[in-house]
Every structure is written in C-alpha cells, then in structure tokens.
Design a protein around this ligand. Structure first.
Ligand SMILES: [Zn+2]
Length: 96
C-alpha cells in the first residue's frame, strides 16, 4: 500500500529562530571522534555549540553561561603564535 505524504504547511508569517548564530568552528563527534563543523549559538544569554555528525546526528551543549561576557571577551582574540622553542619533541602536527 502506498503511503500518501501531505505537503508540509508553510506558516503564513516568517518566524525567527530562538537563537543567534555567532560563529563557525570545528569540533569532534562525541561518538566517533570525527572532526566536524560546529556552530556557536547565542540563546537566552547563554552560549551553545551545535554540531551534526553525518553518521550520529545532531548534538548540542552549553559551552558558556554568559553570552554577553563571551562576546565581549572575543575582542581580545588574537592570531595564534608558534613558540620559538618546544619543550617536547613534535612527532606530528594536527591537520586543519
Ligand atoms: Zn559521529
């Protein structure tokens, strides 16, 4: 028997998401440890990370409890620096 799928109804009024997208970063899937894209979202003055693994689906977690402080601190971000000397021997670099 063929199932009839009704088309999804489109709301008459555009609705806003309950979050603001803040930045894109990279993270790992908590199940398979694969490196995946992650979105940093601001909601209810808190900071969340949302990520989706193609195999294990979507994950979301709280990463900071004060979005106002989180965004204010970002003005102190600076480019990373490679040390002049390493205290341990490097056997491999992380790929980006
Ligand atoms: Zn996964």
């Amino acid at each position: 028997m063929t199932e009839v799928i009704e088309p999804k109804t489109v709301p008459a009024v555009k609705q806003d998401a309950d979050y603001v997208f803040y930045e894109l970063t990279r993270s790992i899937c908590p199940e398979c440890r694969r490196v995946i894209d992650a979105h940093i979202l601001l909601r209810d003055n808190k900071v969340y990370m949302r990520k989706r693994c193609p195999r294990h689906g979507q994950f979301e977690g709280l990463v900071y409890g004060d979005a106002e402080a989180y965004t204010a601190h970002s003005k102190f971000n600076k480019p990373g620096t490679i040390p002049l000397k390493f205290s341990t021997e490097i056997d491999r670099w992380l790929s980006t």
